[in-house]
Design a protein around this ligand. Structure first.
Ligand code: PDD
Length: 291
């Protein structure tokens, strides 16, 4: 157990302490980044949209031609057991499946007899502090250097890692990925903008991860009558936006108030983001916490 990873963790059918969980150095997740993952938020010990997360996991597995080692009901029982054993009420559950460890290194898939590696653990869900939320965060833009299946939640995250690190080195919280003049998403978040009261969201294509939080925001916008357009957003529109938000299962909704050193809108979190954050909190407390 560490302050960030609860005991037990799940590894290949077993629940065991983190310091007893080991994976072969020949594991293809280690050698090739050949694997997939999911991050599921848990509120009051209820996994939020677990079916949607397991569906996205399956879509990613299908996308990389990797068999799912567990049926949905088996994943659920692993997840529920991890949640129950962890000391926190609000958690995030991390799941990972790799193509396992062969007895040699070869790019092509190993024989079907090589079992996949399945790993899962619970962490505390740390939400953004009120002080950070009140000011918003700074972000940079970077060229999107990822491959062209960004809709798959794969563990090969090097381009995302380098983009986020570049942001951190510039004292920023997130890097916004620009491809061919269009805003795609953040290094580990989806991005929304607001212009003249209209909420704009980039569409789900193979160049963006279909976020579960993204779906919640579209649903909340529709439910509350917030004008919304889902369409490609140019870099020019991004820079002229009144508000920019980043969203994810762990960050929820967070205003980006400085972009590449320039103020976004007034330079403070805007009214639309505040409203959406409140809708999200209400939804969390009335729906998510009740399962
Ligand atoms: N990342 N886009 C990217 C590239 C992401 O990595 C994430 C989430 C999202 C938001 O998806 P969701 O709303 O389902 O969390 C969008 C997770 C939290 C991570 O990698 O830790």
């Amino acid at each position: 157990m560490t302050p960030f990873v609860a005991d037990p963790v799940y590894l290949n059918g077993q629940f065991l302490p983190l310091n007893e969980a080991g994976v072969s150095p020949l594991d293809r997740g280690f050698l090739y980044g050949d694997g997939v993952y999911e991050v599921i938020p848990v509120y009051s010990r209820k996994a939020f949209r677990i079916d949607e997360h397991l569906k996205r996991l399956q879509a990613t597995l299908d996308g990389i031609k990797l068999r799912n080692p567990l049926a949905a009901h088996e994943w659920k029982s692993v997840i529920f057991k991890l949640i129950e054993a962890a000391p926190w009420d609000d958690q995030s559950i991390y799941l990972q499946v790799t193509r396992g460890a062969d007895d040699k290194r070869d790019h092509a898939f190993p024989p079907l007899s090589v079992p996949q590696t399945a790993f899962a653990f619970a962490s505390p869900l740390v939400t953004t502090s009120a002080e950070v939320r009140a000011k918003g965060v700074a972000a940079i833009t970077v060229p999107d250097l990822r491959w062209s299946r960004c809709d798959l939640k794969v563990v090969s995250l090097l381009a995302n890692v380098l983009a986020r690190q570049e942001a951190v080195e510039q004292g920023c919280a997130e890097a916004l990925l620009i491809r061919d003049g269009y805003l795609k998403e953040g290094a580990a978040s989806n991005i929304f903008i607001v212009k003249d009261g209209l909420l704009l969201a980039p569409p789900k294509t193979h160049l963006m991860l279909p976020g579960i939080t993204y779906d919640v925001i579209l649903e909340l916008a529709e439910h509350h009558g917030q004008p919304l357009e889902v369409r490609e957003i140019t870099e020019t529109e991004l820079r002229a936006a009144d508000e920019v938000w980043m969203t994810s299962s762990t960050k929820e909704i967070l205003a980006i108030t400085t972009l590449d050193g320039q103020a976004v809108g007034t330079g403070e979190p805007g009214p639309y983001g505040e409203k959406m954050w409140q809708w999200y909190q209400d939804f969390k407390n009335t729906v998510m916490r009740n399962g």
